[in-house]
Design a protein around this ligand. Structure first.
Ligand code: CO
Length: 152
């Protein structure tokens, strides 16, 4: 009988892992590295998700003051201005200008070995809109950026 029980457990695990995959459209995990890169070039946010969960993982080893990373989200047309304003705002402000209306969402800055998760309302975004995610750590935004596609 034991083998049947084991089989039942495996089936249950398979069932729930399928379920988890079905919910993955409402979340993304993005790695960032000591080479000043994100490993994700673009991702989709579905309007069918009330909230969308974004996790940033720093898979490197360098400390926050040397190779800090975050994720800042703006309209693509706002991204350079927001990045430049953020650069001089300091680590205390996570390199985001306080009350910058161009910034739709952002994570705190993290160093090697750390991770951070935020939830964003999908109602912030318009379907068909052009959005960019980037790292606002000084000097990073031109290399560390990607596209967000808003879908139904
Ligand atoms: Co960075």
């Amino acid at each position: 009988m034991k083998i049947f029980k084991t089989f039942a457990v495996i089936l249950t695990v398979l069932f729930f892992s399928q379920f988890a995959i079905a919910n993955d459209k409402c979340k993304i995990s993005i790695d960032s590295t000591d080479a000043m890169t994100f490993t994700t070039e673009s991702f989709e946010i579905s309007k069918s998700c009330d909230e969308f969960e974004i996790t940033l993982v720093h898979v490197g080893k360098l400390p926050i003051n040397v190779m800090g990373h975050n994720i800042v989200i703006t309209k693509t047309s706002d991204y350079q201005a927001a990045a430049i304003a953020g650069m001089s705002s300091g680590l205390d402000n996570n390199y985001v200008a306080p009350n910058d209306k161009k910034v739709l969402a952002y994570t705190k800055v993290i160093g090697g070995g750390e991770s951070v998760t935020i939830k964003v309302k999908s109602s912030l975004f318009e379907k068909g809109g052009d959005y960019t995610f980037f790292c606002s750590f000084p000097g990073h935004f031109s290399m560390m950026k990607g596209k967000i596609v808003i879908i139904d």
